[in-house]
Design a protein around this ligand. Structure first.
Ligand SMILES: C[S@@+](CC[C@H](N)C(=O)[O-])C[C@H]1O[C@@H](n2cnc3c(N)ncnc32)[C@H](O)[C@@H]1O
Length: 311
């Protein structure tokens, strides 16, 4: 199957990096290499890029896409939370820009057997990194009702979370839940008919929630941002594209904390905590896709780009 993925906020993100032709850049979510390709095009002979992805299919696709750029490109299969050690392994201490384009690629969603999509019937998998042993099946069949409720409420923000968790537990007592189709049917049964027509596909939020839990998406993001900012050279930029409010909130608050980390009470005349700003937020409001992009690519609908510049 061909690796199809349309890069979101492509120009905005690559412009946002303010690329220096001889700089070192990192793409922490390489995917099909769409953003990386545009970065490579702006690099001179001394410039380079390290592309990281945890999915072997992405690594393969990006390798093909970027092959003409030769030694400028290094591709590593890893989680972006390991960025510092990946770079150390390559003898790189600091970089001039980092990009993250979060979530799953269209390729992952469209490949039925990866089990990400509620539109296809396939084994419940949802692993971005298939070296990991735990799958979505294990969450759906083994988590307690309370934990399922928490995951669907917190990561899916589904107002029927409690009922969905209850229905999952009732159904799995009859037979184990093995496929995306089975799970979708159970979710349908847990949401009142009149709400099913209103807000997108009824299974969308629960699938998102299970995927986030399985791949630890929010923890990984939260635990990586400070380190990424520390990896930047002065003037270096971190560009992050998020796809839902939970991710966006994490990025927004980490950027704020790095811009103004002072913890002194507001009425102190001078700072005594000694925490100094690491740089500034270049996007007071996030950058959103243009009307044209929204029309051409429905996946861009909830995308937001935020940019931080290191001091
Ligand atoms: C939206 S796609 C990126 C598409 C890419 N920017 C392009 O233009 O082709 C997200 C990619 O990030 C990868 N990914 C998500 N979270 C990751 C993580 N924590 N570490 C490494 N890769 C991750 C996914 O496997 C997926 O291939």
């Amino acid at each position: 199957m061909e690796f199809k993925h349309r890069s979101v906020l492509l120009e905005e993100t690559v412009n946002g990096l303010n690329i220096k032709p001889d700089g070192i850049y990192v793409d922490g979510t390489l995917g099909g290499g769409g953003h990386a390709y545009e970065i490579c095009r702006r690099l001179g002979n001394k410039g380079s890029i390290v592309g990281i992805d945890q999915d072997e299919a992405a690594i393969e696709a990006a390798g093909i896409r970027l092959k003409d750029f030769g030694e400028k490109v290094t591709i590593v299969r890893s989680n972006y939370c390991e960025m510092k050690s990946v770079l150390q392994g390559l003898g790189i201490d600091k970089v001039d820009g980092i990009v993250l384009d979060l979530g799953v690629s269209s390729y992952q969603l469209d490949t039925a057997e990866r089990g990400f999509s509620y539109r296809e019937d396939a084994p419940l998998d949802m692993r971005m990194d298939r070296r990991q042993t735990m799958t979505a099946r294990d969450i759906v069949n083994d988590y307690s009702e309370k934990d399922l409720y928490r995951v669907i409420r917190d990561y899916g923000e589904d107002k029927f979370a409690k009922n969905i968790a209850k229905h999952i537990v009732i159904e799995r007592e009859k037979r184990s839940i093995e496929t995306t189709g089975q799970l979708t049917e159970i979710i349908r049964g847990a949401i009142p008919m009149k709400f099913q027509k209103k807000s997108g596909h009824p299974a969308k939020r629960t699938f998102q929630a299970i995927r986030i839990e399985l791949n630890r998406e929010l923890d990984v993001l939260k635990n990586s941002l400070d380190e990424m900012i520390d990896l930047l050279n002065p003037g270096g930029r971190l560009c992050i594209i998020t796809f839902h409010s939970l991710e966006d909130r994490i990025v927004k608050s980490a950027f704020k904390k790095n811009e103004d980390p002072c913890t002194c009470p507001k009425d102190f005349p001078v700072c005594v905590c000694g925490k100094v700003s690491k740089g500034s937020i270049l996007t007071r409001k996030p950058i959103l896709p243009s009307e044209e992009e929204l029309e051409e690519n429905s996946r861009s609908k909830s995308a937001k780009l935020r940019i931080f510049e290191r001091k």
